[in-house]
Each structure stands twice: as structure tokens, then as C-alpha cells.
Design a binder for this molecule. Structure first.
Ligand code: AHR
Length: 523
């Protein structure tokens, strides 16, 4: 019999584990950019906000999204930020220029408000340090303010500001995108590497257990990509735990095929960062291996953003302007899903990731001032992965027909990953969803824009007892469909019309340009 050329298949084995599902993979990012903070997470007077000014409707959606960690306060913003401006009595806080985003920063929301928000949202804070206009002294001051219990000038200041308990921030980004000429205080790799190393050394004198992230390249397309990582890590390898990578993708004209295959580039990017970091480790004779923190990733219509910035009045410095508030499409959601597949599949090295950003600005959640909040299309794959990816990531080598793309050549049409929580003795990662039983979840994307692909998953290695308990698909006859205030649930996962478990094989038809989730359970 001739093989069916439009079918993909994979054989899964519960013993073939890539690594644990790192909960920090489901991080996000709140920057003082546009309306992410103001009228995003924070809007005093909003009908759902209490005395703290935090929007309750947004908090509910953040919890539903399943975000575990949030990076704050930037982004490009942090490279000109004075954290002291955002603490203490609000009426004494200065209004400043936000040079990164050509806007005005009132500082009505700052560190204390963020920590309070993080507590209410149930997320771990991840703070970024200003390496643009500031240096070691200010980083140490912020560390003391945040983490020291009391009895020193800055820890007592925090107590005076109403927070007696230290914040206990563990994960710190040593600057942001310091390779980018757009960054305030942009440095050469050697300059940055030295500063990162000396700041890390100083911070570790206070607490050797901190987790520190060195800035990698702000994109794989940077001319300095590779050499930047290499030089920075020559200086800082032994002093940091992770190297960052930032990845944004957008639909270029009509080229939907290449756009749907964006995760091919992300996968190659991660491989390159890991190889470069490991080469430095080898050269230094170090047994240590660094993690990769993909602490900014998403679909971002950057060209549109640049055009709108170029067209704005240079004399105008608005507070909380509408920046990069694109309505995400079905295709965008499929790309975000496929990036999640990649991030999970690289769980051997990717230990943290932040969907950039959380609200309004490139956000998974959209709000109207004084009005409602709703889920963008990209909210859904993220929320499903955060909730259903539990335990360990299994190796998932899919045999797939190819699909042609203009940018990446022929790429596999189907991309997939599986996670397995074995209730009888999982040693690779605990389930965090509180459900009993063993659970297998399969996440699969069809990157073909025009044709469905049949997908067969062989589960014989799991033995008897698995039941299919759910299957959903996010796809649409119109890949440009979006959620809006008037139609907030236009794009959402729907029950899968065509997923079945026969014997030990799952068979599912993946519609064109689709994100699919299949859940199995054993009691
Ligand atoms: O997330 C938006 C911006 O993208 C961030 O401020 C910056 O770090 C990146 O270039």
C-alpha cells in the first residue's frame, strides 16, 4: 500500500523524557509601555477596581491565563527608569519623560503596586535592572529595598512605605536588550559583559542564591548575534544562570505560509544560543550549563508600530497612549501556539519565557478604560498550555509531510509536543492543576494554510487504561478573524469535531492553520 502523503504520525513513550515542564515557561511581561500598566492592570476608579486601583476584571483574566511569572518594569523603558520614582507616597512621586516610548510617566504605579498586584495575581515577580543610565550601585540599592528584611536604610524605607515583609525577588534580568542601538545606554558586548559580571558578583555578595539573567541578543537577526553572546559570556559565564533571547514575528504581506512557520526560526534561534553558550562553557572548562530565558516572545506587528511612531507629533508626550494595540488574528494564535510547542520541546534548556506583553500593548488581554476586558485570540493557546502542560515533556519526533514556505523552504506541516504527568511516580515535575490521575496532553499545530493533515499518535507504550477526555481546535475559515469588544469570543478553541482514540492510537484531523489540543487521562 502506498503511504498517505497527507498524514503525519508520532510514537510517544512515557519513558522518553526531554525534561520537566518548567512552570516559568508560562511567564509574561508588564512594561511601562502604552496602556499595559495604566488602564491595563491599573485603573483607579474602574468599576472592578478596589482601593488599590487594580482592575479586578484583568486580575481574573490573568489568573485564567495561568501566568506564573511576570517580568517588570521593561523592556526598553527600564533603561531610563529610576525605581525610586515609583515608591513612597504617590503625591510626592515625580512625573518624568518615558524616552523609550515617547510618553509621560506619572509614576502613579511603581514597585510597591507591582508587588501587591503580583501577590493578588499569584505570580512570581521577575525584575529587570536599569543597565542603560545606571549601574551597580542602583542595582544593589534596589536589591536591598526589595529583599532585605529591615534594619538598613533602604529596607527600612520599604517598611516605611507600607511593606514590612521583604519581597523575596529571586530572578533578576541584568538589563534589557543592551545590544540594541535603540536602547538608552546601549553598550558594546565587552562593556556590557563586564558590567553584567561585576553587578552579578556584587548581587551575589548579598545572596548567592539569586537567579541572574544576562542579556543575550535582542533578536536572531542582529548583526552581532552570536558574537554578542560569546563575548558577554566570556566575562559573566560563572556569575549568571541564564542568557536571554527575544523573538517576535509578524505576518509579512500575504506570506501566511512563512508566518505560520515562524517557530522554525525560534527553534533555530534557541539552538544557536545554546550552542554559543555551551562553546563558551567548554572554552572555560566549566561543567555548568546555562538556561535560556526567552523573556520576550510573541507575534508583534513591529512595522505597523514603527510607522505609527514615525507619524506622531514629536512635541507630544502623552501619558499611556495606545501603542501596539493590534487585534490578534486566528493565524496569530496558531503562531503563538506553535511557539509554545517549541518552548516546551526545548525544556531541556529553556527554563523561562515571557509572553510579551500581558495587557493592551502587544497584549493577550485587551481593555477599554472604564469598560470591559476581553481575551485576544492568542490568550487561548497560552491558557491551554499553561493549564494542561503538566509533569514532563516527552520526546515527540513527528513524521510529517512538508509544506513549502518562501522564507524557510520546505518545513514539516505538523509540529507537536506532548506532556505527561504520571500520578504513579512522576519524578520529572509535579502537576500544579490539582487534578488527580495520570494525564497526557498533546499540543499540535498544522502549519499548512490550505489543507488539513491527518495525525496519528501511537500510544502503545503507555499500556492500557488511557481515555480520551477532551479535544479542542482553534481554526477558522477566516484566518484573519479577531476578537473585539463587540465580539469578544469570535475566536476561541471549540470542541474538536474529529478526534478519536481507537485501541492505542489517537487519530485527529488537523484543519488548515490550526492549533489543536488533545487530552487523555488514566485514573
Ligand atoms: O515588548 C516591547 C519591546 O520589545 C521591549 O520594550 C523591548 O525590550 C523589545 O524590543
Amino acid at each position: 500500500m502506498r503511504p498517505d502523503l497527507s498524514a503525519a504520525s508520532v510514537r510517544l513513550d512515557p519513558a522518553d523524557i526531554v525534561g520537566p515542564v518548567h512552570r516559568r515557561l508560562f511567564g509574561s511581561f508588564v512594561e511601562h509601555m502604552g496602556r499595559c500598566v495604566y488602564t491595563g492592570i491599573f485603573e483607579p476608579g474602574h468599576p472592578t477596581a478596589g482601593d488599590d486601583g487594580l482592575r479586578g476584571d484583568v486580575l481574573d483574566l490573568v489568573r485564567e491565563l495561568g501566568v506564573t511569572t511576570v517580568r517588570y518594569p521593561g523592556g526598553n523603558f527600564v533603561s531610563g527608569y529610576r525605581w525610586e520614582d515609583g515608591v513612597g507616597p504617590v503625591d510626592r512621586r515625580p512625573t518624568r519623560l518615558n524616552l523609550a516610548w515617547h510618553s509621560t510617566e506619572t509614576n502613579a504605579f511603581g514597585l510597591g503596586e507591582f508587588m501587591h498586584w503580583a501577590g493578588r495575581a499569584g505570580i512570581e515577580p521577575m525584575l529587570a535592572l536599569n543597565f542603560g543610565t545606571r549601574g551597580i550601585a542602583e542595582a544593589l540599592d534596589l536589591l536591598e529595598y526589595c529583599n532585605h528584611p529591615g534594619g538598613t536604610a533602604l529596607s527600612d524605607l520599604r517598611v516605611e512605605h507600607g511593606d514590612p515583609d521583604p519581597y523575596g525577588v529571586r530572578m533578576w534580568c541584568l538589563g534589557n536588550e543592551m545590544d540594541g542601538p535603540w536602547q538608552l545606554g546601549h553598550r558594546t558586548a565587552a562593556e556590557y559583559g563586564r558590567l553584567a559580571a561585576e553587578t552579578a558578583r556584587a548581587m551575589r555578595q548579598y545572596d548567592p542564591g539569586l537567579e541572574l539573567v544576562a542579556c543575550g541578543s535582542s533578536g536572531r537577526a542582529m548583526a552581532t548575534f552570536g558574537s554578542w553572546e560569546s563575548t558577554v559570556l566570556e566575562h559573566s559565564y560563572d556569575l549568571v544562570d541564564h542568557i536571554s533571547a527575544h523573538a517576535y514575528y509578524e505576518l509579512d504581506g500575504e506570506d501566511l505560509g512563512s508566518f505560520l512557520a515562524s517557530a522554525v526560526d525560534l527553534d533555530g534561534f534557541i539552538t544557536d544560543v545554546v550552542s554559543t553558550a555551551d562553546a563558551v562553557g567548554a572554552r572555560l572548562g566549566s561543567a555548568k550549563r546555562l538556561g535560556v530565558s526567552v523573556d520576550e516572545w510573541n507575534v508583534w506587528y513591529l512595522r505597523r508600530h514603527m510607522a505609527s511612531m514615525a507619524g506622531s507629533d514629536p512635541a507630544d508626550w502623552p501619558a499611556a497612549p495606545r501603542l501596539s494595540e493590534d487585534d490578534f488574528t486566528v493565524a496569530d494564535a496558531v503562531v503563538v501556539g506553535s511557539m509554545l510547542v517549541t518552548l516546551l520541546r526545548r525544556a531541556d534548556r529553556v527554563q523561562a519565557a515571557c509572553l510579551a506583553q500581558l495587557v493592551n500593548t502587544i497584549g493577550a488581554i485587551r481593555t477599554e478604560p472604564g469598560g470591559p476586558a476581553w481575551r485576544q485570540s492568542i490568550f487561548h493557546p497560552f491558557a491551554q498550555a499553561a493549564r494542561l502542560a503538566q509533569g514532563a515533556v516527552l520526546r515527540c519526533d513527528v513524521r510529517s509531510p512538508d509544506t513549502p514556505t518562501a522564507r524557510y523552504g520546505d518545513v514539516p506541516a505538523v509540529d507537536a509536543v506532548a506532556t505527561w504527568h504520571d500520578a504513579t511516580g512522576d519524578v520529572t515535575g509535579d502537576a500544579t492543576d490539582g487534578l488527580g490521575g495520570s494525564r497526557l496532553t498533546l499540543f499540535a499545530v498544522n502549519r499548512r494554510a490550505g489543507e488539513p493533515v491527518r495525525f496519528e499518535v501511537d500510544l502503545a507504550a503507555f499500556g492500557p487504561g488511557l481515555r480520551l477526555v477532551g479535544a479542542t481546535v482553534l481554526a477558522d475559515a477566516d484566518p484573519a478573524a479577531v476578537n473585539t469588544q463587540a465580539e469578544p469570543d469570535r475566536v476561541a478553541p471549540r470542541p474538536h469535531p474529529d478526534a478519536a482514540l481507537t485501541g492505542s492510537t489517537v487519530q485527529v484531523t488537523l484543519p488548515p492553520a490550526s492549533w489543536n489540543v488533545v487530552e487523555l487521562r488514566r485514573d
